[in-house]
Design a protein around this ligand. Structure first.
Ligand SMILES: NCc1[nH]cc(CCC(=O)O)c1CC(=O)O
Length: 307
């Protein structure tokens, strides 16, 4: 089985993990490295457009150059592709964003005027909204080069996905895992998308062994918010869902999906939040309804339309 992945350390580590699990299940798998637009350009992701890290991998899957495609789920455009099936959404790692600062200062300790690197409009908007007087600078490149900018003193701190650091074995670099009340993570952050062609029924069955239904439901709800807002992955939109325990009228405990979302003005002047709880099996509806609520609260002007 050939598994298509980007060539970055992060991408190959997470793809190798899936390959190892498939191999252990009796389905020998190897990686096929695919170069994406996001790997060959250093322009801001918002400029290159939707699907910068995923389109080339999907093309390879369509062309039969690989059997399985692995993406960081948050990089995947929300528009469905009928000829592909989401074979597995494995258990996600902690989706929180992480602050990496030089002197070990947590976010609340950074002095006004501190220079923070992030290229994500979502992170920049939420950082600005804190009103701490932080100066936000663009940041791209692989995780190692991003970490290097803190080590060298070029930046006082950066904010990146905790999941990426954990996957490349650099959890030690995390100064603070940011609380979702302060920084709500991107829809599907920390989750992987394992796709195959829809006509490959045997493979669909094999990949299902790696699926975690709770993660799938959470990610479906989060991405439904993004899709219903007609926002792309670079929009200042955070969403985080979790399967939680609820209690019915008879005192019995049952599982529900809890979802919260934020839309923030990029200049930090406005933050709109909403949350909802609903049945795990109606994740998509929960997300769409929450998006409708955000729009009612005035989110539309804050969301740049999909490229
Ligand atoms: N857009 C790049 C990207 N895609 C996925 C991750 C991190 C790992 C993940 O969320 O699964 C990152 C880097 C980052 O946001 O710091």
């Amino acid at each position: 089985m050939r598994i298509g992945t980007r060539g970055s350390q992060l991408a190959t580590t997470q793809a190798q993990d899936i390959a190892d699990r498939l191999t252990a299940n009796g389905h020998p798998a190897e990686l096929v490295i695919i170069t994406t637009a996001g790997d060959t350009s250093t322009a801001p992701v918002a400029q290159i457009g939707v699907g910068v890290f995923t389109t080339a991998i999907r093309q390879a899957l369509r062309a039969g150059e690989c059997d399985v495609a692995i993406h960081s789920y948050k990089d995947l455009p929300t528009e469905p592709e009928a000829d592909f099936t989401m074979g597995a959404v494995p258990t996600r790692v902690d989706p929180r964003d992480a602050l990496v600062s030089k002197g070990g200062m947590v976010l609340g300790e950074l002095p006004s005027g501190s220079v923070i690197g992030t290229s994500s409009p979502r992170r920049a908007a939420q950082l600005r909204a804190l009103g701490l007087g932080l100066e936000i600078r663009p940041l791209r490149g692989n995780l190692d080069s991003r970490l290097g900018k803190v080590a060298s003193g070029e930046l006082d701190a950066i904010v990146v996905a905790r999941a990426g650091l954990v996957r490349i074995g650099r959890a030690d670099a995390v100064t603070e895992a940011l609380d979702p009340l302060v920084m709500l993570s991107a829809p599907a952050q920390g989750a992987l998308a394992v796709e195959c062609r829809s006509d490959d029924a045997e493979l669909v069955r094999i990949l299902a062994e790696l699926d975690d239904p709770s993660t799938r439901a959470a990610v479906d709800a989060e991405r439904a918010v993004l899709a219903a807002l007609e926002a792309g992955c670079t929009a200042p939109v955070g969403a985080l869902a979790e399967v939680v325990e609820s209690i019915d009228e008879d005192g019995r405990i049952f599982a529900e999906l809890s979802l919260r979302a934020v839309v923030a003005a990029e200049d930090g002047s406005e933050t709109i939040r909403a949350s909802a709880v609903g049945p795990v099996e109606r994740a998509d509806e929960l997300g769409r309804n929450l998006a409708a609520e955000l729009l009612e609260l005035g989110a539309a002007p804050l969301v740049p339309k999909r490229a």
